[in-house]
Design a protein around this ligand. Structure first.
Ligand code: PGA
Length: 251
């Protein structure tokens, strides 16, 4: 049985005050929910304070990125130890903003995934095709390459900690959501691929998220699908009401 995960990616939004206010409201609104995991991923400078706002609640804390070295002369980067020390359990890796704005290649994302696992963080590996790739029917190939490259050298012992998020780039922040059927189709393909790379029990147990314009009015349809084990939410995770409704989906 896979435990659903509802994750919020705040991206470069909110500040200490508004972030703590939102986190406290979410902590309060979700107190009685035990059958699904709830995660928020604020910007780095907010993590420590937000950890305080959600203390004792059901809300988990994640970072939006991380570097793949322990420490040293990497100005502007953030280490696994740093985010662990402020209470993070998860880290988003290979988000489309990182891939396309900051030009992070699969090799770099893979190093980060391996480093996160070595350090006891659960990586959320994001994959997804661009609009032009979708139009050229390249979705399957693109997603396959990103999954295979992203998971390179991930051992059978640690693969159980990995979460994959399918986020078609054309659906992120655009208001265009993949249909529940399309999301389910690509996510079933990812599950089959994981089964080929590892074992079917690994694939059966893997939490695979959908992301891209998830909102209160489309969450129930998405979560009703067999291969949608949760969602990664951007814009709609920035308001307590909308994120709470998404967390409280009915499928
Ligand atoms: P969105 O972002 O929900 O605003 O489309 C999703 C994401 O980038 O993770």
């Amino acid at each position: 049985m896979r435990k659903p995960l509802i994750a919020g990616n705040w991206k470069m939004n909110l500040d200490k005050h508004s972030g703590c206010e939102l986190a406290s409201k979410l902590a309060n609104n979700t107190r009685n929910i035990t059958n699904r995991d709830i995660l928020i991923c604020p910007g780095f400078p907010l993590l420590s304070d937000i950890a305080g706002s959600i203390q004792g609640s059901r809300v988990l804390l994640g970072a939006q990125n991380m570097y793949h070295q322990k420490k040293g002369a990497y100005t502007g980067e953030v280490s696994a130890d740093m985010i662990l020390s402020v209470g993070c359990t998860h880290v988003i890796l290979g988000h489309s903003d990182r891939r396309h704005v900051f030009k992070e290649p699969d090799t770099e994302i893979n190093k980060k995934a391996l480093f996160a696992l070595e350090n006891g963080l659960k990586p959320i590996l994001c994959v997804g095709e661009l609009l032009e790739q979708k139009e050229k029917q390249q979705t399957e190939q693109v997603v396959k390459t990103q999954v295979v490259e992203g998971l390179k050298n991930v051992s059978p012992e640690s693969i159980g900690e990995v979460i994959i998020a399918y986020e078609p780039v054309w659906a992120i922040g655009t208001g265009k959501t993949a249909t529940p059927e399309d999301a389910d189709g690509v996510q079933s393909l990812i599950r089959n691929l994981v089964s080929e790379l590892y074992e079917s029990s690994v694939a059966d147990g893997m939490v695979i998220l959908y992301g891209g314009s998830v909102k209160p009015d489309n969450i129930d349809g998405l979560m009703a699908k067999e291969n949608v084990d949760g969602v990664l939410v951007g814009g709609a995770s920035l308001k307590a009401d909308s994120f709470t409704r998404i967390v409280k989906y009915e499928a």
